[in-house]
Design a protein around this ligand. Structure first.
Ligand code: DX5
Ligand code: ZN
Length: 214
């Protein structure tokens, strides 16, 4: 299992220290939640902060855009050196073009689905994307309880992906801990995002390792 700790749950007064811990851990990515207060009610951090984070972080960046019109931010995310740019299906009127633009910028394209958006909406585009990020909470806030039916969505998405010949990775975000992570691993998830579970643990790498071996 690959693990993408979400910086949203980090101690923002000690960001440099938190990133050092991530660098020293066995995490596979660093998950960065960008919010605009419009697509989601909350605001997290913007590009001035992310620039500093990107400079300090040695892990590949997994950027989760919770904004309207994510196309506007493609060049900014590219300039961070991000490996993956995730955009919400619900925020993209022309998702095919957005995916193309992310690829043209040299990044992997991820499409994110809110809890109420069925995986079948990806039937036609699944072969074009590198990753699907399933939200297992409503986006916008860390620390929310896991929505149980997400495991069924992971199974359906895996079937859809395998039947289409797509190589898209399946990532899940929200309420992930050791027990929900175990259910997701069994259902077929490839990457788990975890914020509170990882940063809330005194030994960050021990938490990463517990999820990694699921
Ligand atoms: C929520 C974010 C998540 C959040 C997860 O909008 O997309 O990445 O940080 O936090 P936990 O793991 O605490 O549910
Ligand atoms: Zn996220």
């Amino acid at each position: 299992m690959k693990i993408s700790p979400s910086l949203l749950a980090a101690d923002f007064l000690n960001l440099s220290n938190e990133i050092d811990k991530i660098n020293a851990s066995e995490a596979d990515y660093l998950h960065l939640d960008v919010m605009d207060g419009v697509f989601v009610p909350n605001i997290s951090f913007g590009f001035p902060v992310l620039k500093g984070v990107a400079k300090a972080c040695k892990k590949p960046l997994d950027v989760h855009m919770m904004t309207v019109e994510p196309d506007k931010w493609i060049s900014h995310v590219r300039d961070l050196g991000a490996e993956i740019m995730n955009v919400h299906q619900e925020a993209c009127l022309h998702l095919y073009s957005t995916v193309q633009h992310i690829h043209q910028a040299g990044m992997k394209a991820g499409v994110t689905l809110n809890p109420a958006t069925p995986v079948e909406t990806l039937t036609d585009i699944i072969r074009e994307v590198d990753l699907v990020l399933l939200m297992s909470v409503e986006p916008g806030f860390g620390g929310q309880p896991f929505i149980k039916y997400t495991t069924e969505k992971v199974k359906k998405l895996k079937e859809l992906r395998d039947a289409s010949g797509s190589k898209a990775m399946i990532e899940v975000d929200g309420g992930v801990n050791e027990s929900t992570g175990q259910l997701l691993a069994k259902a077929g998830a490839d990457i788990l995002v975890a914020g509170s579970y990882i940063f809330g643990n005194e030994d960050l790498n021990a938490a990463v390792k517990r999820l990694k071996c699921l």
